[in-house]
Design a protein around this ligand. Structure first.
Ligand code: MF3
Ligand code: CO
Ligand code: CO
Length: 296
């Protein structure tokens, strides 16, 4: 088929359909796509707030404090420690450094950190649980420093892990690593999700669907959602200035979850082990950078 590439003449009917001559109508108008910034477009279409360099600096500083908090937490991750003691440490260290623990009072959450043991998928509430040899424990720390949020979690072994636990935690860390590798401009959120799901399921594990990664920085949970499953090419196209988490929750058994009567604690339905790793990433011109880095 031959396309009609003839330019609209000054005296031709305007292609906008107004019935006026082109010269008296749209000829000198600049279209929205020619003037609208990427930031305005992403806000309008996706409700995503892109971050400027000064914002990224702020989130990075918050992330640096999160990682310093993890260094303190690691020192007490031994059998006999209670999850309440982890909460006390995270709360005190965060406040001492001029920041605010984001979980505290967030939608009514009662503590300053999430501690999720064994079959707890996420949002475990610190309390009198005493860690024991062989447990796996996810610690999820989110800090607000100078108004900027950074969100990160890691699963740790308490004492010596079972072979199963080691397998699950290795697979989950690798899921985050592979998800991160897909986080580059031109790819989509669906590419991240597909990659994680494909790997986890090939390793005999399952991906939790009910909880997803999220935009972060100006507040705790922003657009977009970053699912850890899905289809390649689906979702939102990644562009420089996007800041979001990837935080796969991977189960050794079935993917299904339920929430306990405390309205927070999410556990696996079948009682199987669940692990998670999370970092906050910023999309750059040629890839991504972790603002809460740890080795993957
Ligand atoms: N840090 C969690 C996340 O990764 C959210 C915890 S919400 C809370 O999105 F209220 F439980 F703290
Ligand atoms: Co998160
Ligand atoms: Co988190």
């Amino acid at each position: 088929m031959t396309r009609n590439l003839k330019k609209t003449g000054r005296n031709d009917p305007c292609p906008c359909g107004s019935g006026l001559k082109y010269k008296n109508c749209c000829m000198n108008k600049v279209t929205q796509s020619q003037t609208e910034s990427l930031a305005d477009k992403y806000l309008r279409i996706h409700k995503i707030r892109l971050k400027e360099p000064k914002d990224i600096e702020g989130i990075r500083a918050s992330g640096t404090l999160v990682m310093a908090t993890f260094e303190e937490v690691k020192k007490i991750l031994v059998p006999g420690t209670t999850t309440e003691e982890i909460n006390t440490l995270v709360h005190g260290f965060t406040v001492k450094n001029g920041a605010v623990p984001a979980p505290l009072n967030y939608n009514g959450f009662p503590k300053s950190v999430c501690t999720s043991v064994n079959d707890v998928v996420c949002h475990g509430i610190p309390g009198d649980y005493v860690l024991k040899d062989g447990d796996i424990l996810d610690v999820d720390i989110t800090t607000i420093l100078n108004g900027y949020y950074a969100d990160c979690n890691q699963t740790f072994f308490i004492g010596t892990p079972s072979t199963d636990a080691r397998h699950l935690v290795d697979v989950t860390r690798e899921c985050l690593k592979r998800g991160k590798e897909m986080a580059l401009p031109g790819n989509t959120t669906g590419d991240i999700g597909w990659t994680i799901q494909h790997y986890a399921e090939a390793q005999g594990c399952s991906v939790v669907r009910e909880l997803v990664g999220h935009g972060v920085g100006f507040s705790f949970h922003e657009a977009p959602e970053v699912a850890h499953f899905g289809k390649r090419g689906h979702g939102v196209e990644l562009v420089p200035g996007m800041v979001f988490t990837i935080e796969p929750m991977i189960n050794l058994g079935a993917r299904h979850v339920r929430t306990l009567d405390d309205h927070w604690t999410v556990v696996t339905k079948d009682g199987s082990l669940s692990a998670q790793f999370e970092q906050t990433f910023v999309i750059t011109e040629d890839g991504c950078e972790s603002l809460t880095p740890f080795e993957l």
